[in-house]
Write a protein that binds this ligand. Sequence first.
Ligand code: SIN
Length: 283
Amino acid sequence: MSIEVTPLSDVFGAEVTGADLNDWHDDEQFKRIRQAFLDHGVIAIRDQKIDPAAQIAFARRFGELQGHVLSKFCLPSHPEILILSNRRKNGEPVGIADAGRHWHSDMSYAERPPLGSMLYAHEIPPEGGDTLFADMHAVLDALPSATRSRIDGLQGAYNYTRDYEKARAKNPDRPPLSAEQLASLGEVTHPVVRTHPDTGRKALYVNEGHTIGLAGLPENKAHALMQELFEFSTRPEFIYRHVWQRHDVLFWDNRRALHHALPYDRQHIRHMHRVTVAGDRPF
Ligand code: SIN
């Protein structure tokens, strides 16, 4: 079957048809999908019947996988998979029910944030729970030149604990971070304008979830500038909204896209498996 790539919006994102991810070892299929991923930033491959081993094997074709600090919510048989779910088993949550409820780039608080994240929809609610994506190449290209000259050369400061503690205050299912987890989560800095290592394109790289300051700027100035950048980057003209179908595989480029998971009626189950492919240090 031949692979077809069709844009999903005027902004970015594309649907890939004709693929079967159980054929993860198929080189030609992988080459076409990788190119679609680099060209479009977010790709949807619908109607895939894959088990955890196939999801992991396909994701591994893009690079080594990167585990998540919240190991309690990883699939016990396949710890590379992080479970995003509101399902409970024997009264206990099997996954994170409120992951990604703000604009962020996955694990941007890491020294080497992941290249991409691949989310597979096992179960979705009848409505709600869509995921929004912002194209940070388009955002940077559209930034007023005065703003652009204010951010050139700046470094953003990141950490996970501020974001995690905020989420934990609203969701008691999130366990406290252990001393060992805290020790693995220091503060890092990344350039505010980063260069995509595969395409050479530049992107704005700040997000309201994990960017906590701008190195070298006083707090009030940094916060005002960050707020301006957050508001600009989430304007409707930069956004693709993914409305999930069961058995979608969505793979997004964390070096180009921010995303935001929307809420849904908790009477229904939303159960997803995520794997993240390791990336490089942003430059
Ligand atoms: C995330 O990976 O941040 C969550 C995305 C989603 O559940 O739609």
